[in-house]
Write a protein that binds this ligand. Structure first.
Ligand code: 3PG
Length: 307
């Protein structure tokens, strides 16, 4: 009987945990939970006798892998796996997977929640603008970006996208105008929604040179990762360009400075909540449990992200 740990500092909805438990127990395995932990020591203790691990943004580094002597697989219930040290996992012979697409509608919907809030002046009672007829730039056309495009059409927006890795034809087949560079996207669009992962190449890449290309009244929406933003440059740019707004679901390191300097032009959720819906938790959590059972029982490695 394998022991599967769900370790979530930010827990799944209870209904998702129930679904995960059903998958695990039907496969004859045992589910254990570590929710809302506040200290890495709790995680180090909880992983020591488990075969598999389901996480969200929880950090799995060399120390966690060292402590998890029996661990065979980690599934990040979600898209971005920048929180897992892939090389260390490979060195420990631990398979790492994600569950692509399972929470992407939830994240896309939140991007629109934040867009409406920004263009309605954060509900301060003054006249704002509508999304209809505005140019929306989708920066990266993955699962979230595609959902954003679908919803944007319902709002009557003109939709553009740039993705360094996705062929232009794929973007255009989705009824979206593909542009040739990130610069062209920011130059063209009233609102840009970020959907790039945090990688060595993308870290700090959203800088003043790029955001500064946006037309007057530009809104930057970040439901991706805080690491992709060059915070010092964005602060400087927003001081110079008093028309720009920044709304984010990932609290910047410099949150207090953003909040103090840009009242009425800046908003951050207190805790990343793009994927915080029952539906996203059920989809991603159950997919993670199934992927673990498929791997443990049948050696299926679909969605593996490390070597
Ligand atoms: C993801 O990468 O799937 C999203 O950023 C959601 O992350 P979360 O599960 O930590 O909310």
């Amino acid at each position: 009987m394998a022991k599967i740990l769900v370790a979530t500092e930010k827990p799944f909805a209870a209904i998702a945990v129930k679904g995960i438990r059903e998958v695990v127990e039907q496969a004859g395995d045992e589910l254990v939970l570590l929710e809302k932990y506040t200290d890495k020591a709790q995680l180090l203790d909880a992983v020591k006798d488990v075969d598999a691990l389901i996480i969200r943004s929880d950090k799995v580094d060399n120390e966690v892998l060292d402590a998890a002597k029996q661990l065979k697989i980690v599934v990040r219930a979600g898209a971005g796996y920048d929180n897992v040290d892939l090389d260390a996992a490979t060195a420990h012979q631990v398979c790492v997977m994600n569950t692509p697409g399972q929470n992407s509608n939830a994240v896309a919907e939140l991007a629109f929640g934040m867009m409406v809030m920004a263009v309605r002046n954060f509900y301060n009672g003054t006249s704002g603008t509508e999304l209809k007829g505005k140019k929306l730039g989708i920066h990266a056309f993955g699962n979230v970006g595609r959902n954003v495009a679908r919803i944007a059409k319902g709002f009557g927006m003109e939709v553009y996208a740039y993705d360094a890795f996705c062929p232009k034809e794929v973007i255009e087949e989705a009824g979206v105008k593909a542009v040739d560079s990130a610069e062209a996207l920011y130059e063209t669009c009233n609102i840009v929604s970020l959907h790039i992962p945090a990688t060595a190449e993308t870290k700090n890449s959203i800088n003043a040179a790029l955001v500064g290309k946006m037309p007057k009244g530009g809104v930057l929406v970040n439901t991706a990762r805080k690491e992709v933003i060059n915070e010092a440059e964005l602060i400087q740019l927003m001081e110079e360009r008093t028309d720009l707004k920044y709304v984010t679901d990932i609290m910047p390191v410099a949150n207090e400075e953003f909040a103090a300097k840009f009242a009425g032009r800046y908003f951050s959720t207190p805790k990343k909540m793009g994927a915080q819906t029952a539906e996203a938790n059920i989809n991603a959590g159950i997919a993670a449990a199934r992927q673990i059972e498929g791997f443990l029982k049948e050696g299926i490695e679909k969605f593996r992200v490390n070597k």
